[in-house]
Structure formats: structure tokens, C-alpha cells
Design a protein around this ligand. Structure first.
Ligand SMILES: NC(=O)c1ccc[n+]([C@@H]2O[C@H](COP(=O)([O-])OP(=O)(O)OC[C@H]3O[C@@H](n4cnc5c(N)ncnc54)[C@H](O)[C@@H]3O)[C@@H](O)[C@H]2O)c1
Ligand SMILES: [Fe+2]
Length: 384
């Protein structure tokens, strides 16, 4: 059996990474479309990027309308701006939303048709260079070949993929995550944890991805709660930003499983932020997955030192899942009800959500057969 392993061409990490990346960024083109959101504008984070570009004599235009998870409309507007402004490369500054938008904009600059034609398709043509600067320690999108865009007409989250979507340069400078509020730190950090666990327990896990998964799991257990409680702790923020990158690299090469498969329909229909919907599902889905992957969960239990002598694999796995549950609790993960999801509408949507989850292909990477009725049962359980 052989495996392919993909990573960004350049990854700059640690404090000061943006400045270190300056020369590389300059070499990518003469005018950048910076894709970001209003929060980054208000916080002044975007000024760090524009000052660098001014110093390097690189022109830029700022498109800051990615206010919410990315949609086809945001992508189309971004493409329009890129062309009108005669840009020749892209810089994404923000959480997964601006980064995913920038990937899709790049894809639609060089590939034919409309973004909505690409549901589940592989992007075939090389895209303009993209610099991804994450401001959340979460999605790992800076290292992945995926982008998730909502088709507003069909109300589904489309997963587009292909190696051309991997950013050319990833800049993981923890300075950008320092302003992240508690709710964002919690949801995005648990998204990273979900990537790390799912990539390790996926059917597609491979030796090159496993090492990144395990390292990310350890870093997240050692630092997420501290980053949440003390957002200015540079060490915790740095460790979390590297963990998110590692988890991104891991799932880029081994995919995600049932949690992400079931999470996307909740996001598409009820606008629950991505990391939070993962977190709501996390322990119930892991309990479901455990019987098919006891040896994998045993490894995870050992990695976070919850394993005790004499435990069977299944007991070790259960102890690991309990530890995940405790972390979710400490991070005050809301339930669907607390978030304000309408229970009747949720129950009326169960069939569509289960179909959409299976259609995404992710649940099938779980080391246990996932049937439609299993998915419905887990969705219902979120209300107990
Ligand atoms: N492409 C991939 O591989 C991949 C993987 C996982 C998730 N995603 C996608 O990523 C998106 C979610 O991204 P996200 O969870 O990073 O959130 P986000 O980009 O949607 O940001 C959430 C909120 O946090 C704010 N924020 C972000 N960084 C901040 C900071 N440093 N300080 C203050 N506020 C800050 C944003 O302005 C926004 O209001 C979803 O669309 C999801 O589908 C993509
Ligand atoms: Fe995710």
C-alpha cells in the first residue's frame, strides 16, 4: 500500500513569522487582493499586513466582506474585485472563512464556470499564488486542499478540493490569534482537536499523517484551556496555532470522518459556527466510532496520559473520550438548545441532514459502518 502526502510549499511559524515571510510574499506578485473581514479591519490586524506590503513595494486592494462563513455570493464578489483591480495574487487574513473564500476565488480565476458547479469536484487548473494567514487556531485551512462554500440556492455546504487549493505560503504567526475572544478560541480550538482525532482514527490515516495528529492532540490538551482562560499567554497561543496547523496537515492527508460529515448540515441549516457544531457532536460521535477503532483510541489515551495500567483498549478509549468531554465542558460548549436552534425545525430536517452528511463522503472514513439511521440517532441524542 502506498500513500500520497501533501503540505504547503512554505510554512512560516512562530512569533514574527509574518515579517520573516516578507521576502517570499513579495516574490509572488505585484498586486495582492487581501481577503478578510470587518473584525480584522476594526482590530487593525490587517494593518500588519498592509505595512509589510508597503515596505516591500507590493500594491494591494482589501476585500473585507467575508462576514460569516463563506458563500457563493462572497466568492463571486471576490472574483469580480480581483479582476477589476488587476490583482495577480491573493492574501487571506482571518479565520477559516476568509481563507476558504480566498481559495475559492483563486479557483474561479483560472477554472471555468461558476463556483456552484464544483460541489465535490477536484479543481483541475493551477490557481494564483495564495498566502494564508490564520487568525484562529482552528481550521488548519492554511494547510489543506479543501474549501467549504455554502451554495445559498441549495442551502448546502459544498466541499471543493484538490492540491491546487493548498496555499502557496502559510504564515502561522500567533500574534494574530491573541485577540480571539473566548467563544472563538473555544470553538476553533475544538475544531482543531476534532481534526486531530478524526485524522488519527480515519480509515485513511497513514504513517505520515499519524505523527501530526498525535502531536496536535497533545498540544491541544496541554494548551487550549490556558489559551481560553488567559488569551494573552503567548506560549499557549503559539502552541495552539502550531497544533491547528499540524491537525490541518494531518486531515489534509487522511481526511475527516463522521463528526465533520454530520457537522456541516447543522452549519448549513442552522448557522451554528463550524467549530461549535463539531464540538456539540464530538463525544457522541467518538463513542459511536470507538468499537471500530479501539487500538487507535488506545494510542490517543496513551498520548494524553489518561491510560492506566491494566485498562483494555476499549476502556482506554472510553477514558480518552471522557477527557474530551471534560475539556468541552471546561470550554463551555453550548448545546443546540442553548445556541437557540429550533427543535421542531431540527427534527423536521433530520432526513435531509442525514442524507447530506452521507453524501459528503466523510462518515464513510469512520472505521465502523455508518448507516443513515445511526446518523439520525446521534442527531436526536443531541437533545437529551
Ligand atoms: N478548508 C478547510 O480545510 C476547513 C477546515 C475546517 C473548517 N473550515 C471552514 O472554516 C470556516 C470557519 O472558520 P473559523 O472557525 O476559523 O471562523 P471564522 O473565520 O468564521 O471566524 C469566526 C469569527 O471569529 C472572528 N475572529 C477570527 N479571528 C479572530 C481574532 N484573532 N480576533 C478576534 N476575532 C476573530 C471572525 O471575525 C468571525 O467573526 C467554516 O466555513 C468552515 O467550514 C475549513
Ligand atoms: Fe473543521
Amino acid at each position: 500500500m502506498s500513500n500520497l502526502f501533501l503540505m504547503p510549499r512554505y510554512a512560516f511559524t512562530g512569533e514574527g513569522a509574518l515579517n520573516t515571510a516578507g521576502e517570499k510574499i513579495k516574490s509572488l506578485g505585484s498586486k495582492a487582493l487581501i481577503i478578510t473581514d470587518d473584525v480584522m479591519m476594526k482590530l487593525g490586524s490587517v494593518n500588519n499586513v498592509t505595512s509589510l506590503l508597503e515596505k516591500e513595494n507590493v500594491e494591494f486592494f482589501i476585500y473585507h466582506e467575508v462576514n460569516g462563513e463563506p458563500t457563493d455570493i462572497m466568492v463571486n464578489n471576490g472574483v469580480k474585485k480581483y479582476k477589476e483591480e488587476d490583482c495577480d495574487f491573493l492574501i487571506a487574513l482571518g479565520g477559516g472563512s476568509p481563507i476558504d473564500t480566498a481559495k475559492a476565488v483563486g479557483a474561479m480565476i483560472t477554472n471555468p464556470g461558476n463556483i456552484n458547479d464544483y460541489l465535490g469536484k477536484v479543481i483541475q487548473k493551477e490557481t494564483p499564488p495564495l498566502v494564508a494567514i490564520p487568525t484562529t487556531a482552528g481550521t488548519g485551512s492554511e494547510a489543506t486542499q479543501f474549501t467549504i462554500i455554502t451554495d445559498t440556492g441549495r442551502n448546502i455546504k459544498m466541499l471543493l478540493k484538490g492540491p491546487y487549493l493548498i496555499p502557496t505560503v502559510a504564515v502561522i504567526d500567533p500574534i494574530f490569534t491573541m485577540t480571539s475572544p473566548k467563544s472563538v478560541t473555544s470553538a476553533t480550538g475544538l475544531d482543531a482537536l476534532t481534526h486531530a482525532i478524526e485524522s488519527y482514527t480515519s480509515k485513511l490515516a497513514q504513517p505520515m499523517s499519524e505523527i501530526f495528529s498525535i502531536s496536535a492532540v497533545k498540544k491541544i490538551f496541554n494548551n487550549l484551556l490556558e489559551a481560553y482562560n488567559n488569551g494573552t499567554n503567548v506560549k499557549a497561543r503559539t502552541e495552539m496555532s502550531i497544533a491547528a496547523l499540524q491537525a490541518g496537515i494531518a486531515f489534509n492527508n487522511s481526511s475527516v470522518t463522521i463528526v465533520h460529515g454530520m457537522s456541516r448540515p447543522i452549519g448549513a441549516l442552522f448557522h451554528v459556527p463550524h467549530g461549535l457544531s463539531n464540538a456539540m457532536l464530538l463525544t457522541d460521535c467518538l463513542k459511536f466510532a470507538l468499537p471500530g477503532a479501539t487500538d487507535k483510541f488506545y494510542d490517543l489515551a496513551k498520548a494524553v496520559q489518561i491510560y492506566k495500567d491494566g485498562m483494555s483498549n476499549i476502556e482506554a478509549g472510553q477514558a480518552f473520550i471522557d477527557k474530551v468531554g471534560k475539556l468541552c465542558c471546561d470550554l463551555h460548549v453550548q448545546s443546540l438548545e442553548e445556541f437557540g436552534v429550533d427543535k421542531n425545525r431540527f427534527f423536521n430536517s433530520l432526513d435531509k441532514m442525514a442524507e447530506d452528511a452521507l453524501a459528503s463522503g466523510s462518515p464513510q472514513n469512520t472505521r465502523r459502518e455508518v448507516k443513515k439511521e445511526d446518523i439520525i440517532c446521534i442527531y436526536k441524542g443531541l437533545w437529551n
